[in-house]
Ligand binder design. Structure first.
Ligand code: NAD
Length: 435
């Protein structure tokens, strides 16, 4: 099948590459010439484990191409995936301008029946608006179907998630479009992946509801962690005790600096805004967002305490800048909220991240980037671990202690054993547990 994927970012590139690996002919389109040039030269514009090999295999096999020419890609395809960004607008709602701009171009270039698939995360009703735009832009009337097919992959395990999803959601009431989508995903149904076919509106809502629920689990455990600190309980054991209950489950119950990344912050805000637009106040989501915004302040407070109450003239070393390990994505990373605060209070910030330092440099100023975790600890008054990269899990803390001006560790991800750190001579601050 001929497919084009418009938007070659973290989602579009993975989706397009995996669909090519299923045997389809895929053109990945992007308006960013730099990205397309890199991909044509065999370089990846993003860091995603395992992706490079599959891109190489499919470009070599002639199944995967990269282009800025949206018109030809649409004309040559039966199925057009829209996977452009839906960043937040000023008021927190999803900015749909890229989705609508693509819909216009798809309409302009529609020369026969096509299935237009919305992969981008978009509020309920967007599929209907995309349908209207396409219809209005057509020069000659053509039949088409707009399907909602939300994506649930996670950066850092995107290939695995795409190839082994918990479910595939298809929002359409058109049996012909459904049959084409089922054909595209035939490989997944052969692996017994559950398919949920529902209305387009319901499919659009499922994605927001799923992300909002994950964010709720994180804010919930962070709130419990904050209370644990006051009463002397250990949130890791609380989370284990709670999460062992099959009705609750253990995932997304790790206390920390709050959720970040390209999805949960923007999607919770967009869902709250959608409620407002519909005249309904999303009270749980509102609380989830407020707890999350407060969480980075609690980490700053621990750093301040560790520095003796005043950050002026102190050096803070930060290990990990991306919002989670195994990605270079810096969108809404907690480090971007925390570092400017530390600097405002007069701290000098050093940082090390195995992958995202270059990307982080685009958003941060006056940070001294280090070549290793050990270099980042040199001369520091406080060391903050903010992303749980595997290589930080087993550091030589004797060496680190000798390098630091004061052995103070803020473990924002609770990856160390507090007793061991204290025995090694550190002043230790975790989240939701005491040393
Ligand atoms: N990143 C994730 O983990 C993830 C997971 C599930 C769903 N999503 C959703 O998928 C969508 C895409 O997210 P992403 O992380 O891949 O974003 P991204 O910013 O990495 O990629 C979007 C791409 O679209 C391109 N683009 C924008 N306007 C364009 C246009 N008019 N024509 C052609 N290309 C255009 C941009 O240049 C960019 O390369 C979003 O709605 C997001 O919420 C993301």
């Amino acid at each position: 099948m001929n497919i084009c994927v418009i938007g070659t970012g973290y989602v579009g590139l993975v989706v397009g590459t995996c669909l090519a690996d299923f045997g389809n002919h895929v053109v990945c389109v992007d308006s960013d010439q730099r990205k397309i040039d890199m991909l044509r030269q065999g370089d990846l514009p993003i860091y995603e484990i395992g992706l490079s090999d599959i891109v190489k295999r499919n470009t070599a096999g002639g199944r995967l191409e990269f282009s800025t020419d949206l018109s030809s890609a649409v004309q040559d395809s039966l199925v057009v995936f829209i996977a452009v960004g839906t960043a937040p607008a000023e008021d927190g709602s999803a900015d749909l301008s890229s989705v609508y701009a693509v819909a216009e171009q798809v309409g302009n270039n529609m020369d026969g029946y096509k299935v237009v698939v919305n992969k981008s995360t978009v509020p309920v009703g967007t599929g209907t608006r995309v349908t209207e735009i396409i219809r209005a832009q057509q020069t000659t009337a053509q039949d088409f179907t707009v399907v909602s097919n939300p994506e649930f992959l996670r950066e850092g395990s995107a290939i695995e998630d795409f190839l082994k999803p918990d479910r595939v959601v298809l929002g359409t009431d058109d049996p012909h479009a459904e049959a084409i989508m089922r054909d595209i995903y035939r490989r997944l149904s052969q692996n017994n992946t559950p398919f949920l076919v529902t209305t387009r509106e319901t499919a659009e809502m499922i994605k927001y509801a799923a992300n909002a629920f994950l964010a709720t689990k994180i804010s919930f455990i962070n709130e419990i962690a904050n209370l644990c600190e006051l009463v002397g309980a250990d949130v890791r054991d609380v989370a284990y005790g709670m999460g062992s209950d099959a009705r609750i489950g253990p995932s997304f119950l790790q206390a920390g600096p709050g959720y970040g990344g390209s999805c949960l912050p923007k999607d919770t805000r967009a869902l709250r805004m959608k409620g407002e637009q519909e005249g309904y106040s999303m009270q749980v989501i509102d609380a989830v967002i407020r707890v999350n915004e407060n969480q980075s302040q609690r980490i700053i407070e621990k750093i301040r305490r560790g520095a003796g109450g005043d950050l002026s003239g102190k050096t803070v070393g930060i290990l990990g800048l991306s919002f989670k390990p195994n990605t270079d994505d810096m969108r809404d990373a907690p480090s971007l909220a925390i570092i400017p605060f530390l600097q405002q209070e007069g701290a000098h910030v050093k940082a090390f991240d195995p992958v995202s330092a270059e990307e982080a440099g685009r958003f941060l100023s006056e940070v001294e980037f280090s070549g290793s975790a050990y270099d980042a600890a040199d001369g520091c008054d406080v060391l903050l671990v903010l992303t749980e990269w595997n290589e930080f899990r087993d550091l030589d803390f004797q060496d680190i202690k000798e390098r630091m001006r004061q052995p103070v560790l803020v473990d924002a991800k609770n990856i160390y054993d507090p007793a061991a750190l204290v025995a090694a001579g550190f002043e230790y601050y975790g989240v939701g547990r005491s040393a």
